[in-house]
Design a binder for this molecule. Structure first.
Ligand code: NAI
Length: 417
């Protein structure tokens, strides 16, 4: 049993998936290897991921490796229905994902994916992980482990581990250098700007652009906005990261002050209530507000909806709220991940590294089944190096190698000047 918007959309989805595959050389090569070595035979994988062309190519690699796969969406608005239809028809996974479904249907889809009785959990935001630990503890006995692809999910799972609640080993794909240095920075950097432009067509040159959170994603967004000529203001709670933003040449101040200055606001903190109603009341008329953090908790949407005297959809993914003062705030993508909703999520080139890292982490998990403690482990360095090397190869880039004397030198502690 699956849940799709319309299975007849599969042809359109297949075209896009193949197009993305051409820009994912590392993952495609892995899929070929998995087709021969079959590392996932006997494994049932439940995956909760944004249902995009890039995810489709991860599914292809896992199924080629012998996995039985059930896929649900990690956000109700990021699903591409044509891609979902093709993943089911052409790749052979069971898919539980419908664009724009409500909260109840979303969690019904999560439950649907768990019907595969997984041996492996592949998560993006920890919804499968928390559901298994709270509601489907009957499944725990079969699960050899899981992986988690985003910062917010890793945070949730680390919190579970700290409370002693985590019952199987988890590999935090997000923490691999080949993931967050590229995906969070360049992927989110580009798709956030892409989403804002598609939803508003605002001119960034000369605009004042406020980024809340200067983590890997925030840096990417700030760098791209600055590159397009915006004046960037960063808000932070971490003094080190705030200092980094300052030395990167950006203005740093509290949101209460930035609120009155910005033309465009992006939250990307993984935290809640970063932009409150009080902040929005202080904003200029027509300010644009959006979020790129994992959950739709960063902007106080309920308070805004409650206070607004008028709400009207101006363009796709762009809703105007009029406040009692008469000032208007434009909210993009209902406060959900703007780049996933109003644009097309991360480009394939960057997801190539993320999902190659993820696929190798899952192969490692299977190889070490039973010997990893129920904790959050590190992604082995060899996996990061293998992915980065393969990606460099795909660009035709060669690098230097350590000479034997250099290796020996680096292993010593006696030599000085
Ligand atoms: P991170 O942990 O590196 O950075 C988050 C930053 O936000 C930290 O520096 C933290 O101090 C700051 N912060 C926390 N509360 C704040 C507040 N109230 N005001 C201002 N700053 C605050 O995390 P990362 O990797 O940058 O991820 C951020 C969020 O984006 C997470 O929810 C993550 O899951 C999500 N994400 C979204 C992607 C997308 O496609 N849009 C891709 C990857 C991650």
């Amino acid at each position: 049993m699956s849940m799709l918007r319309d299975p007849s959309l599969a042809d359109a989805g297949q075209l896009k998936i193949d197009f993305a595959a051409g820009r994912m050389p590392v993952l495609s090569a892995l899929a070929e290897r998995f087709a021969e070595t079959k590392p996932f035979v006997g494994q049932r994988i439940a995956a909760c991921l944004h249902v995009t062309t890039e995810t489709a190519n991860l599914c292809r690699a896992l199924v080629a490796g012998g996995a039985e796969l059930a896929l649900c969406a990690s956000n109700p608005l990021s699903t591409k229905d044509d891609v979902a239809a093709s993943i089911q028809r052409d790749i052979g996974a069971q898919v539980f994902a419908v664009h724009g479904c409500g909260r109840g249907a979303f969690y019904a889809q999560v439950a649907g994916a768990l019907e595969v009785r997984p041996t492996i959990i592949v998560d993006d935001g920890a919804d499968l992980t928390t559901t298994v630990h709270r509601e489907r503890t009957d499944l725990l006995g079969d699960i050899i482990g899981g992986s988690e692809v985003t910062s917010t999910g890793v945070l949730r799972i680390r919190n579970m581990a700290a409370e002693g609640a985590l019952r199987y080993p988890v590999l935090p794909t997000n923490d691999a250098a080949t993931k967050h240095l590229f995906d969070n920075r360049y992927g989110t950097g580009q798709n956030t700007i892409d989403g804002i432009l598609r939803a508003t067509n605002v001119l960034l040159a000369g605009a004042t652009f406020v980024v809340a959170g200067y983590g890997w994603c925030g840096r990417g967004v700030a760098t791209r906005a600055r590159g397009m000529g915006a004046q960037v203001i960063v808000t932070e709670v971490d003094p080190v990261r705030a200092m980094e933003a300052r030395m990167d040449g950006l203005q740093v101040m509290p949101m209460a002050r930035a609120a009155g200055l910005g033309d465009v606001f992006v939250t990307v903190t993984g935290n809640r209530d970063v932009i409150t109603l009080a902040h929005m009341e202080r904003m200029k008329d027509g300010a644009i507000v959006c979020n790129s953090g994992h959950f739709d908790v960063e902007i106080a949407m309920a308070a805004l909806t409650g206070a607004a005297t008028r709400r009207r959809e101006i363009r796709p993914d762009c809703v105007e709220y009029t406040l009692p003062s008469g000032r208007r705030v434009l909210v993009l993508a209902e406060g959900r991940l703007v780049g996933q909703v109003a644009a097309e999520a991360h480009p394939a080139e960057v997801m190539d590294m993320t999902f190659a890292t993820q696929a190798l982490a899952l192969e490692y998990l299977v190889r070490n089944a039973g010997s990893l403690a129920p904790a959050v482990h590190e992604i082995p360095r060899e996996i990061e190096n293998a992915v980065a090397r393969a990606k460099l190869d795909s660009y035709g880039i060669a690098i230097d190698e350590l000479a034997e004397t250099q290796q020996e030198y680096l292993a010593l502690w006696l030599p000085g000047t």
